[in-house]
Design a protein around this ligand. Structure first.
Ligand SMILES: [Zn+2]
Length: 291
């Protein structure tokens, strides 16, 4: 008599487990570096165009009527503290370039935040453990780097939750960043309901455009590097930082040029008087650290 309910319960359990497994299996891998650069170029140009076409209201009273209201959650919800720089690295880990970046951060005694892709974790767990041991923040950047403007709510959910589960085997992630900075109103609600604080950036360092050493004409529609800096990533970033006096810098720990230029860039910024801070610094980023 009891046998049937037990076996039913067991098969229900097996079914739930295999469904959960199937959901993870269904998530694709992150695009290749070349594909990512292409997508970043397209998204950057699209965002720049929409910014021009979107009439900005000085008082913000028309904000709720704007069609793009929740579309690009890329702003950091704290104003820039002059003279401070928070270094953030997206799309890794990468076994060749991420350790080089960790070496440079260590040499400069700086703590960074790594926005990690779930699909890149397998086989690179030791790199994540090193990040935590050396005082860096592990953060969530989705599983496969999709465009959140095009996702169903269940896919959004599994993109964030699968990566969350993987990150929690090593550390305690608190921050989430959208691939391409592309958000929606409902994804913003999902991110905060999962206990994450959404973090954008103040400066896109355009390291993706400098990945092969120099910025192309197409990429420069987004990056607007002056002619004399189109082959000089560190010089370009120092020049942009001088205009904003600091802020949250967006970089990618998957590009060789980023890893090889970082020491020179950090030295230049130190010489210009900047101090490197962590996103977890409550004095610099009170709104990011409310909880
Ligand atoms: Zn990314």
């Amino acid at each position: 008599m009891m046998k049937r309910p037990i076996s039913l319960a067991l098969s229900a359990l097996t079914l739930t487990a295999s469904l959960a497994h199937a959901q993870e299996e269904a998530l694709p891998q992150a695009p290749s570096n070349e594909k990512l650069i292409e997508l970043q170029t397209t998204q950057g140009m699209k965002r720049a165009m929409e910014k021009i076409l979107n009439i900005e209201s000085e008082w913000g009273i028309f904000d709720k009527f704007k069609p793009n209201r929740c579309k690009y959650a890329i702003q950091v919800p704290d104003s820039v503290t002059r003279g401070t720089i928070a270094l953030t690295f997206d799309d890794g880990p990468n076994p060749d370039t991420t350790p080089l970046i960790l070496d440079v951060l260590k040499a400069h005694n700086a703590k960074g935040t790594f926005f990690i892709l779930g699909s890149k974790i397998k086989g690179n767990e030791a790199i994540l453990r090193r990040m935590v041991a050396e005082g860096h923040q592990l953060a969530n950047h989705s599983y496969s780097h999709p465009n959140f403007h095009e996702l169903s709510s269940s896919r959004m959910n599994s993109e964030i939750k699968t990566t969350d589960r993987l990150l929690r085997t090593v550390g305690t992630p608190r921050f989430f960043r959208y691939p391409y900075g592309n958000s929606t109103c409902s994804s913003n609600e999902l991110v905060s309901s999962l206990g994450y604080v959404n973090v954008g950036w103040d400066i896109d360092t355009c390291d993706w455009a400098f990945a092969d050493g120099q910025v192309s004409d197409k990429e420069n529609a987004t990056c607007q590097a002056p002619q004399h800096l189109r082959r000089d990533y560190a010089g370009y970033v120092a020049n942009v930082v001088a205009q904003t006096q600091g802020g949250v810098l967006l970089m990618h720990d998957i590009h060789k040029n980023t890893a090889h230029s970082l020491d020179r860039l950090m030295t230049m910024l130190e010489q210009d008087g900047y101090r490197f801070v962590s996103l977890t610094d409550r004095n610099i980023f009170p709104k990011l650290n409310r909880r």
